[in-house]
Design a protein around this ligand. Structure first.
Ligand code: PLP
Length: 452
């Protein structure tokens, strides 16, 4: 840090402060983790200085041999880890990976007769007039994904997102009684809507998905099944999700982030079968900027880490810990969406404490517990205030917290939420001394599980 400090001390301070914050707070954000020193170090080096648009062995720049090596190794680990035919490791984030996938499916599936008649073979050959034709024809394409309030992601067709603008979009939700995915309702929606892309995967659904059924539905209506496993890639890699719960053998195309349960650098990847390789590999420069070779190096390291047997233990502990956290909350009277969890996350319905998600999130942060507010199905408070708090176990499991520790954490969450009194939709008061007491108890717990 001294090297950075000599140039801009405020940045060095912010970096140091971030490490302290991450060491000292209870990190329960379901999409966060702690990457290993090997992953972090693989990111901070001279690979960052290299331009390498194109794909392995076919670059638009000279001097890319080391980037070729790095990208090949990352892709090789991704293929082996997930049992995929093809892996594209360039996407800079999960959203970028989804854009690559959407475009690949459109390029593979959508026939644009006007363009073919004009002899257009490649996207690079499109003229302004061709683009206008393409936009018109793409306007008719449909996407069916999980709704945001049921746990889907913005990029699964949410109207204000580009995915909701590129596609005529419809969403499926969850059963109002059980909170569980209702496959019969998904099938019915697919039959009626006949989407080009059926998207499965989630950000805030606390249960497993049967991807064999989703594929059956996609096949029945001629849709491409895309699974966004951004959240649970670590559980797939760690073989906790196998058989019908493993998306790779069932989906035509799978996207992911690399920084959540997979515990790598911030980034994304796409896995696909042989039919989509050409389209996927055009991700850069079609929708992505030049690759980040240093991040691909870190992805390779993280994927290699996920191939060792210890990672399977880690993935199993993530799920065991989530169950312990859910059980601890339920025992103390909390209300949970779907009544529990069988993955890495728990969605607390904080209306049981008389709070909005916004109040709960802020009060917990006051006590050193980092979570995020989240909509619950049919949320009466909308997407801004929300009625849910999403908590997840990937990060604290990396620090070695076990099921007993998770029960203790359930107690801390419950203590803070009970001690919070709403005084408006976002405002609240937290009873005197609670924040300090909870901070002291979590400091004790975290001291037993130091970060490095
Ligand atoms: N897909 C899902 C299911 C996610 O939960 C997220 C992140 O929250 C993303 C995609 C986007 O990932 P990123 O923030 O890396 O773009």
């Amino acid at each position: 840090l001294d090297v950075v400090r000599a140039v801009e001390p405020r940045i060095a301070d912010a970096i140091a402060q971030e490490l302290d914050d991450q060491r000292e707070s209870l990190k329960l954000i379901a999409s966060e983790n702690y990457a290993s020193p090997a992953v972090l170090l693989a990111m901070g080096n001279w690979l960052s200085d290299k331009y390498a648009e194109g794909t392995i062995g076919r670059r638009f720049y000279a001097g890319c041999r080391n980037v070729d090596t790095v990208e090949s190794i990352a892709a090789e680990h991704a293929r082996a880890l997930f049992g995929a035919e093809h892996a594209y490791v360039q996407p800079h984030s999960g959203i970028d990976a989804n854009l690559v996938a959407f475009w690949a499916v459109l390029a593979q599936r959508v026939e644009v007769p006007a363009l073919e008649q004009a002899g257009v073979r490649q996207v690079n050959d499109l003229t302004e007039a061709d683009w206008a034709t393409l936009r018109r024809e793409l306007g008719d394409q449909r996407m069916l994904g999980m709704s945001l309030d049921a746990g889907g992601h913005l990029t699964h067709g949410f109207r204000p997102n580009i995915s909701g603008k590129m596609f005529d979009q419809r969403s499926y939700g969850t059963d109002p009684e059980t909170g569980l995915l209702d496959y019969a309702a998904v099938r019915e929606a697919a039959r009626e809507f006949r989407p080009l892309i059926l998207v499965a995967g989630y950000s805030a659904y606390p249960r497993r998905v049967d991807f064999a059924i989703m594929r059956e539905i996609a096949d029945e209506v001629g849709a491409t099944l895309m699974v966004d496993m951004a959240h649970f890639a670590g559980l797939v890699a760690g073989k906790v999700f196998t058989g019908n719960e493993d998306p790779v053998p069932h989906a035509h195309i799978v996207t992911s982030t690399t920084h959540k349960s997979l515990r790598g650098p911030r980034g994304g990847l796409v896995l696909c079968d042989s039919g989509l390789v050409d389209q996927v590999d055009r991700g850069c420069p079609m929708v992505l900027g030049g690759p980040l070779p240093h991040v691909m190096a870190a992805k390779a390291v993280a994927l290699a880490e996920a191939r060792v047997p210890e990672f399977r233990d880690y993935a199993q502990r993530v799920v065991d810990n989530a169950r312990a956290l859910a059980d601890g909350l339920l025992r103390r009277g909390a209300r949970l969406v779907t009544g529990g969890t069988d993955n890495h996350l728990v969605l607390i319905d904080v209306s049981g404490y008389g709070l909005t998600g916004r109040q709960a999130e802020s009060a917990l942060l006051d006590a050193g517990i980092v979570t995020n507010r989240n909509a619950i199905p049919r949320d009466p408070n909308g997407a801004w205030y929300t009625t849910g708090i999403r908590v997840g176990t990937p990060a604290l499991t990396t620090r070695g917290v076990d099921a007993t520790g998770m029960d203790e954490i359930a107690g801390l969450l419950d203590t803070v939420l009970r001690a919070t009194t709403p005084t408006g939709k976002a405002r609240y008061t937290l009873a005197d001394g609670v924040a300090e007491r909870v901070r002291a108890r979590s400091a004790e717990l975290l001291a037993r599980h130091p970060l490095y």
